[in-house]
Design a binder for this molecule. Sequence first.
Ligand code: ADP
Length: 207
Amino acid sequence: MKFTERQENIITIVKSNQPITGTDIANELGYSKSTIRSDLSLLTHTGVLDAKPKVGYIINTDKQSNTVNMKLFETTVKDIKSKAVCVKENISLHDAVIQIFLNDAGTVFVTNEQDYLCGVVSRKDFLKSILGNVDINQVPVSVIMTRMPNIIITNDQESIVDAAKKIIQHKIDALPVVEEIEPNSFKITGRISKTTLSKLFVQLTEL
Ligand code: ADP
């Protein structure tokens, strides 16, 4: 269930001022008490708020964890994806490493001439290539990348919980967020990384 912005604001106000009367909540929001009556009623009935007679509204602590749960399952990849770092498949290992530093990323996604996703290169891939004594100025990333169709992908509509499960199950740090343009040809629209997920985790504590 999705709360309106005003209902979310009421929850925030109660959280930091509890116990607080309906009149005081209305004042904080700049509305009349009758305007927020239906919001307070919905929040109480769904168990997010507890109404204590003569005291005011407090957060129903049991339901607070439900709110976090609801938020988690409502959040999709589109809501939290970050910018993907992409390089072309013929770029040298040297130049790809520079992109990792410039963009403060751990993983770069590789695209072909048509701008479609064709590979993924992680920090460990670069380290492995150093152990192999390759010439980092000559060898292109296409030589060391993990290639399609072995790339684990996600899309805007996927639940963030399912994306996180993919990261855990495949023991990887990041997923490219893609849009399928033609069958098995994907454009990259973002990334979901362990950092993105950590940020969401912290945001949920601020609900
Ligand atoms: P790190 O190198 O920092 O451990 P990862 O755990 O993400 O980073 O990478 C481990 C291996 O998995 C690398 O060989 C990398 O190419 C590959 N890899 C990374 N991301 C993906 C992905 N989304 N799909 C498939 N393979 C991936």
